[in-house]
Every structure is written in structure tokens, then in C-alpha cells.
Design a protein around this ligand. Structure first.
Ligand code: KIV
Ligand code: NA
Length: 264
């Protein structure tokens, strides 16, 4: 496997190819996905939900993101590692976005950052790009704005579709190397993909984007319960892990583990 660079993702877009992205928060998941050939790993602020058990992504801090980032970069050797700018780490000014991104790259050792928000963040994207920090834009549904948007809702339906396209084009023009779209109608995402020359990534955005992303625990069926429409579980890790834990406990209780072969 070769090291994935932004230029490879651009080549895939230019040649009509596609790539896969998954979140990762720790070295094992990162290492497994890296070896499996997943092109892009996202240290998502969704660690707030999927690791820490928060109800939203809002509480996670820069210091916490750096721990997750460092864990993922320790486990990955080929994938491009992108890290979310958490809520509160960039909104105030382009300078704040640069300072936070420098920390994620210097301390978390990630290769690029992802920032939520539309065309109001073009100056942020310009400042990051000027500083040599690759930035992935995140438009459509932006979970950090959950309270402003009134919950988890598809963005860009009907008339509002044009605004999503405008956001994506403005951020790409400002220097974003990629545009991620979350929960937007498939035809709007297709329009964005046609309107920007950089690669696009979708989650709940149909299949016309260059890449797709899922939260890894959703992809692997670890979460259980009701899943959003855009999730597909490709394994049933929740059942498998529960089975292993029960089998272990049974053997401990019966005295059959550890056996002589596990003892000194
Ligand atoms: O944090 C996250 O998981 C994301 C999604 C786009 C997958 O930002
Ligand atoms: Na995120």
C-alpha cells in the first residue's frame, strides 16, 4: 500500500474513481482500516458521541481531540488522516482556526483538518490554505449547529438546495481540498460534485460523490438500536463482541479458563 496524498484523491475524482473514508478514534481501528486500504481516516468530533457517550458533538475539547488524533496517527501508516476542528476551536476568527489546526497537526500529527460551516467561512479556509494546512469543508447538515438547525434534518431540500451548492463552490474556490456533504438530497450532492473540481465526500448524500464516509461503529454494527437511513452495517460486531464476553465469563465462572496452557 502506498501513502495516500490529497493528490491521489484528486486523481480519483479526475478519473471517475471513488474512495472510502471511515472515522477512527484509536490505534486498533486505525490500523485495521489502514491495512484494509481505506483511503481516508477521520478523527471525527463524533468521538464525543461514539467514544465518550455525550449526546452531541459539542462538548469535546481540543485537548481531547488531540488524544484521539494521536491514537489514530499512531495506528495508521498509509491513510490520509483528517481531524475535525471541534466546536469552539475556530468560529471566532480565521486566526483561531489556524492556531487550532496547527495544534491538531503538531500535537495530533494529522495531515489535514475538517471544518463545519458554509460560505461564511471562506476567510477561514483562505487563512488555513495560506498557512499550508489542507482543509476539508463540511456543508449540508453540520452537527455542531444541531441546536441552530433544529435537530438532525436533511439540509438543502427544494429551494434550499441552491444554498448548499453556493456554500460548496465558495469553500472550494477559497482553497478547500475536498467538500464533505452530510444529509443532503442526492441530486443536490450530484450538483455540487459537478460544480466543484475538488473531490466530494458524502454521508447521507447519495452516491454521486467521489467518496463516502461512515462512522466506523455504524459501518461495523457495533452501535445497535435504530440507525439513521444513511447507515449500512457491514458486520454485526455488537452481537459478536457480546458473544465473546459471555463465553469468557462462562469459562471464568466454570473454572475452565485459564487452563494449564495459559498458566505458568
Ligand atoms: O465526526 C464525524 O463523524 C463526521 C462525519 C462526517 C462522519 O464529521
Ligand atoms: Na464531525
Amino acid at each position: 500500500l502506498k501513502k495516500i496524498r490529497i493528490s491521489h484523491l484528486q486523481q480519483l475524482k479526475d478519473n471517475g474513481g471513488r474512495f472510502a473514508m471511515l472515522t477512527a478514534y484509536d490505534q486498533y481501528a486505525a490500523g485495521i482500516f489502514d491495512e484494509a486500504g481505506i483511503e481516508v481516516l477521520l478523527v471525527g468530533d463524533s468521538a464525543a458521541n461514539n467514544v465518550m457517550g455525550h449526546a452531541t458533538t459539542l462538548p469535546i475539547t481540543m485537548d481531547e481531540m488531540i488524544v484521539f488524533a494521536r491514537s489514530v496517527t499512531a495506528g495508521a501508516s498509509h491513510a490520509l488522516v483528517v481531524c475535525d476542528l471541534p466546536f469552539g476551536s475556530y468560529e471566532v476568527s480565521p486566526a483561531q482556526a489556524v492556531e487550532s489546526s496547527v495544534r491538531l497537526m503538531k500535537e495530533g500529527l494529522v495531515h489535514a483538518v475538517k471544518m463545519e460551516g458554509g460560505r461564511h467561512y471562506v476567510e477561514h479556509v483562505r487563512a488555513l490554505t495560506a498557512a499550508g494546512i489542507p482543509v476539508m469543508a463540511h456543508v449540508g447538515f453540520t452537527p455542531q449547529a444541531e441546536h441552530a438547525l433544529g435537530g438532525y434534518k436533511v439540509q438543502g431540500r427544494g429551494e434550499a438546495g441552491a444554498a448548499v451548492v453556493r456554500d460548496a463552490v465558495a469553500l472550494a474556490d477559497a482553497g478547500a481540498f475536498c467538500v464533505l456533504m452530510e444529509m443532503v438530497p442526492a441530486d443536490v450532492a450530484a450538483e455540487v460534485d459537478a460544480a466543484v473540481s475538488v473531490p466530494t465526500i458524502g454521508i447521507g448524500a447519495g452516491n454521486a460523490t467521489t467518496g463516502q464516509v461512515l462512522v466506523w461503529q455504524d459501518m461495523a454494527g457495533l452501535r445497535g438500536g435504530k440507525q439513521p437511513r444513511f447507515v449500512k452495517a457491514f458486520a454485526d460486531l455488537r452481537t459478536e463482541l457480546s458473544r465473546a464476553a459471555k463465553a469468557y465469563a462462562d469459562e471464568v465462572r466454570s473454572g475452565s479458563f485459564p487452563g494449564p496452557e495459559h498458566s505458568f
